[in-house]
Design a protein around this ligand. Structure first.
Ligand code: SF4
Length: 233
């Protein structure tokens, strides 16, 4: 599986995006005021929905793609601090992915609530798309390795786990982003902005969960071994 394009219907993602929208906005829908605000939020979605187009790309690599605490594919090396904690023999493969939702269109940045709600919808469609994509990857994993029980890791991507934002460029070497209309600026910022790229390790060990601090890791030159987060455990 290399550069497999997966399209996700907006209607499929909507219930998940809606749950997240309510949570992000902190709405309690038993309150009349929040019901009114939710109505406004739904109207913004209704107006902007034409811009939402959810597409993903996925490539699978075998266990050879993870060695010496690095993911290596198509001539690039991808590294983040957290990989230090994963022995190579736990890794059976790597899924690379990129997912974009386009954008929830809005009429004008001057109408701040329209702009804000449209932005929140865009982010929540990304998260909903990732959740659906992860289900599809789990199904693919079962087909690919019918005799093994394997687990997808946390999502590793630019901006998390000590991986710099500029590392997004590496994902463009691995995945044919043109196929889903995504490009990257010199800064590493992906366009459309409601796009994310990352990878999942396929693990043969259950319960490999990163500490919440690791997700926000700003990098530690000495690596995980000498990090206070691990010393505390
Ligand atoms: S926070 Fe510490 S333990 Fe966690 S990934 Fe970063 S360096 Fe490693």
């Amino acid at each position: 599986m290399k550069n497999q394009k997966i399209s996700i219907a907006e209607q499929q993602a909507f219930p998940l995006a809606e749950q997240r929208f309510i949570k992000t906005c902190g709405f309690n829908l038993e309150r009349e005021k929040h019901q009114r605000m939710m109505k406004m939020g739904l109207a913004v979605r209704e107006k902007g929905i034409g811009g939402i187009d959810i597409n993903a790309l996925v490539s699978f690599y075998g266990s050879e793609a993870f060695s010496e605490g690095k993911v290596k594919a198509e001539g690039v090396e991808i590294y983040c601090n957290y990989f230090d904690q994963i022995p190579a023999e736990w890794v059976e493969g790597v899924y690379f992915y990129m997912l974009t939702v386009g954008e929830c269109l809005f009429s004008s940045e001057e109408d701040i609530m329209d702009f804000l709600y449209a932005d929140i919808w865009g982010t929540n469609y990304v998260d909903a798309g990732i959740e659906i994509l992860k289900e599809k990857l789990n199904a693919d994993l079962k087909e690919r390795f019918p005799d093994k029980t394997l687990y997808l890791s946390d999502e590793f991507g630019p901006g998390y786990f000590g991986m710099p934002v500029i590392a997004s460029k590496n994902f463009f070497q691995v995945l044919d982003a043109d196929a889903i209309g995504v490009w990257v600026k010199d800064s590493g910022l992906m366009i459309p902005q409601k796009t994310c790229a990352g990878l999942y390790l396929v693990l043969n060990q259950p319960g490999v969960k990163a500490e919440p601090e690791c997700m926000q890791c700003r990098g530690n030159v000495s690596g995980c071994q000498f990090c206070a987060v691990r010393a505390e455990k």
